[in-house]
Ligand binder design. Structure first.
Ligand SMILES: NC(=O)C1=CN([C@@H]2O[C@H](COP(=O)(O)OP(=O)(O)OC[C@H]3O[C@@H](n4cnc5c(N)ncnc54)[C@H](O)[C@@H]3O)[C@@H](O)[C@H]2O)C=CC1
Ligand SMILES: O=C([O-])CC(=O)C(=O)O
Length: 269
């Protein structure tokens, strides 16, 4: 058997911990390092002891001995950890796709990957049909809409709280309408999917986004409607949120694990 792929996992919260749990079964993927800020060291160490005893908990991606970096931390981690890893030539798998809404960051990521002779992979995360949308773009797209609907508690700690009490919402309330760029900037923990849909399709400025707080739903519901030369599609995802973070769908974890498994699989799908 060939040597396992040595991985640095950035972030050890709801997504990171659930990934570690699933990856325990993968002999070809070895978690070498878990990268978290100082205030998260103790919690990450406890999680590592349980789920990845061989991993070291560190504040930066180690400069050597890492074959692959996977980010599940938040927008700030892209500039801090992903860019330098790419520059060193380490391929990176990224969940915080909304970070690319910051001016110039997509170009910086591309330049760093080119300089390092490697690649940054943006995962589909909580949304589906990214393959169909990105293929449809080749033929030309006319319109792409994305609607994100989550229970009120998933919007806690976001601008959705301004001027309203989320806990007492009686009916569905549109909390944002605008471009994917604005959505991803204003809702960095809730609108990564808006950025993913737009990067695969019509771009951050031409993708129409509506975000809704809805006391009638328990799931994170994502709808994409796309129209173009290929025809059209309507997609509805009803994602179960993670118990550890109601903002985040469990599918994001599975999408990240799939991305890692596909990197070492003889047959990837
Ligand atoms: N593409 C997609 O569909 C989705 C993407 N996401 C992205 O994944 C991120 C993580 O989600 P969760 O695990 O639910 O969040 P969480 O809040 O449960 O965990 C975040 C973890 O990252 C660590 N962290 C924070 N800033 C960091 C930094 N600068 N460097 C290293 N570690 C850092 C925290 O200490 C914590 O361990 C979200 O902030 C969001 O950007 C989340 C949901 C869906
Ligand atoms: O996990 C989800 O349902 C989507 C999410 O938070 C995001 O797009 O940032």
């Amino acid at each position: 058997m060939s040597n396992p792929t040595r991985i640095a996992l950035i972030g050890c919260g709801a997504i990171g911990s659930a990934m570690l749990e699933l990856l325990q079964a993968d002999a070809a993927l070895e978690i070498q390092a878990i990268v978290v800020p100082a205030d998260a060291f103790a919690a990450a160490q406890a999680t590592a002891e349980r789920l990845a005893p061989g991993a070291q908990v560190v504040s930066c991606v180690p400069p050597g001995g890492i074959d692959l970096v996977v980010e599940a931390a938040g927008h700030a981690a892209i500039e801090a950890h992903v860019l330098p890893a790419l520059q060193r030539g380490t391929p990176c798998v990224v969940a915080s796709v909304g970070a690319l809404s910051a001016p110039g960051l997509a170009e910086k990521l591309e330049a760093a990957a080119l300089a390092g002779g490697t690649q940054v992979q943006l995962i589909a995360g909580a949304i589906g049909a990214i393959d169909a949308l990105a293929a449809a773009r080749v033929g030309g797209l006319d319109e792409v809409r994305y609607i994100g609907r989550k229970p009120p508690q998933a919007w806690k700690g976001t601008p959705a709280e301004q001027g309203r009490d989320l806990a007492s919402l009686a009916r569905e309330t549109v909390i944002f309408e605008g471009s994917a760029r604005e959505a991803a900037t204003l809702y960095p923990k809730n609108a990564n999917v808006a950025a993913t849909v737009s990067l695969a399709g019509l771009g951050l400025d031409r993708t129409l986004v509506r975000l809704i707080a809805d006391p009638a739903v328990a799931d994170n519901v994502h709808v994409v409607e796309a129209r173009g030369a290929f025809g059209s599609f309507e997609l509805t995802m009803r994602n179960k949120p993670l118990a550890a973070n109601p903002k985040t769908s469990a599918l994001t974890v599975y999408s990240a694990v799939r991305a890692l498994r596909n990197r070492v699989a003889a047959l990837a799908i």
